[in-house]
Each structure stands twice: as structure tokens, then as C-alpha cells.
Design a binder for this molecule. Structure first.
Ligand SMILES: C[S@@+](CC[C@H](N)C(=O)[O-])C[C@H]1O[C@@H](n2cnc3c(N)ncnc32)[C@H](O)[C@@H]1O
Length: 248
């Protein structure tokens, strides 16, 4: 297996990939997957998602948040920030977020004290926190001139997010049946083929019972039509919210 170094995709026209952009290839040089991720990835309407979660689970005492294919943790950290900013103490019922990835290097990074950010990450975190990034991350005094900013992660995150290595093809068995949201975004094209994708969707569906939803990403709908596969499996798209599908 050949693993490319961790780089930021500075040549990207849309500066959407701030945190990690790493490709993992097999010995033949074929791509197995990418760890590409960013804070508040722009393929989701995060504000609307928040109100959706509030309304959907207003009567639930505990909500199970799973974040599969979480890469370096930018995604579960974005979710944690959002919940804290919008709900304050009311966010308690959503924690801990259970975050997993098949890639042990990514989980090691997620569990570490540091995350690398570019200026797009900093701007978007400030946008969602009303300029309180320093509550969540320690930044060097002067970030001007840094291509990548080494930020320290507030230990608060490690109480709110529990990370482990897992392959969702097996780990779906640990999904809780009621009041569950499963983030599994921007990884579906890396499964072998449509049969494997349909198999996993049906396995996830078999675990869901009441008031559950699955959140995917735009990459999942670009090359392969996850939208149609989810509808065929009996999920329905959430009203006014793309990339969110509900069942139960
Ligand atoms: C493109 S990244 C997406 C990260 C994040 N979800 C986002 O949308 O920004 C895809 C991630 O899926 C992970 N992955 C690939 N196959 C997986 C599997 N079978 N189970 C769990 N994670 C997997 C990779 O290690 C990689 O970190």
C-alpha cells in the first residue's frame, strides 16, 4: 500500500479542502480512498441542519450521533461546535459523538492535541462561532504568513467526541436503533461497487428503528447516485435539506 503525504490542496479552485487531503493507494497505484476533509464542509447547510436536529429530537432525552468516515476529526469537531453554539447546555443529550474511520492514521491525528488549519478553516469556524475560534482552538499569535496553521485542540473536544478505528461495513452493527443520526459522508464511492453500497444501506436500514436519519455528502451523489439508492431502499429526503435522508 502506498500512502501519499498529508498535504493541503492549495491548487484547488474552490478552497473547500483545508484540513487534510491525503490519498491512499494500493501497490498497483490505484486509489483506495482519500481522507479529504475540512471544517464545516460546504456541501451541507449547517444552520438548517441544526434546526432540523432540534425539531426532530425535541422530545428525545438522548440522541445518538455517529460520524463514520470521520477522517482527521474536522467533521465531528464541526458538529460538536455547532451543537454547543446553538444549544448550549441543551447540547448535552447529543454527546458523546461516536466518530470512527477505517484509517488508523486519521484516528491518531483526530485523537491528538493538534490540527492543521488553513485560513479558510479559520474563517469558517469564526463564522459559525461568532468569532470565538479561540474558545475551541489555540492559534499561534500571528497566523499571517502561515500556509497551514498549527492549532491546538481544546481538550473539551476529547470529552465530547469518542474516536476509534472501524470499518463501517462491519461496524454498522453497533448503530443504535432509535433517535440516531448517522453521518457517513463523502466515502460511498470508495466502496467496491453498487452491490456493496446497496448491501451496506440495507444493513444500516436493518439497524434503524425509530426516528433515524443518515447524512451523506455531495461527493456521494456526484459519481454514484446515492440519492436514488437511498430512495430505493426506503429512505426519504428530509424536507428543505439536501444530503439528509430519514427513515422510521
Ligand atoms: C473523503 S473522506 C470524508 C471525510 C468526511 N466525512 C468529510 O465528508 O469531510 C473519506 C473517509 O472515508 C474513510 N473510509 C473509507 N472507507 C471506509 C470504510 N469502509 N469505513 C470507514 N471509513 C472509511 C477514509 O479513511 C476517509 O477518511
Amino acid at each position: 500500500m502506498k500512502i501519499n503525504s498529508i498535504t493541503n490542496n492549495k491548487n484547488c479552485i474552490n478552497p473547500a479542502f483545508g484540513t487534510t487531503n491525503r490519498a491512499v493507494q494500493n501497490k498497483a497505484g490505484n486509489l483506495i480512498y482519500r481522507n479529504t476533509t475540512t471544517f464545516f464542509r460546504s456541501d451541507l447547510d449547517w444552520d438548517k441542519l441544526c434546526y432540523y436536529i432540534r425539531d426532530k429530537y425535541k422530545n428525545a432525552d438522548k440522541v445518538n450521533l455517529f460520524c463514520q468516515a470521520c477522517s482527521d476529526g474536522s467533521e465531528p469537531m464541526s458538529i460538536a461546535i455547532l451543537l454547543k453554539e446553538k444549544f448550549g447546555c441543551g447540547a448535552r443529550k447529543f454527546f458523546p459523538i461516536i466518530a470512527k474511520d477505517v484509517d488508523s492514521l486519521m484516528i491518531k491525528r483526530a485523537k491528538s492535541e493538534f490540527v492543521e488549519m488553513d485560513h479558510f478553516d479559520i474563517r469558517v469556524i469564526n463564522k459559525f462561532t461568532d468569532n470565538k475560534i479561540k474558545y475551541y482552538f489555540g492559534l499561534p499569535r500571528n497566523v499571517i504568513g502561515f500556509r497551514l496553521v498549527p492549532a491546538t485542540i481544546n481538550p473539551w473536544f476529547h470529552k465530547k467526541i469518542k474516536y476509534s478505528v472501524a470499518d463501517i461495513k462491519e461496524d454498522y452493527k453497533n448503530i443504535k436503533p432509535d433517535n440516531t443520526i448517522l453521518f457517513c459522508r463523502n466515502f460511498w464511492p470508495y466502496l467496491l461497487d453498487d452491490a456493496a453500497r446497496i448491501d451496506l444501506i440495507n444493513n444500516i436500514k436493518s439497524k434503524f428503528n425509530k426516528n433515524c436519519a443518515i447524512v451523506i455528502g455531495s461527493f456521494d451523489n456526484q459519481d454514484i447516485s446515492m440519492h436514488n439508492m437511498l430512495l430505493d431502499a426506503g429512505f426519504k429526503e428530509a424536507e428543505y435539506l439536501t444530503n439528509v435522508y430519514e427513515i422510521g
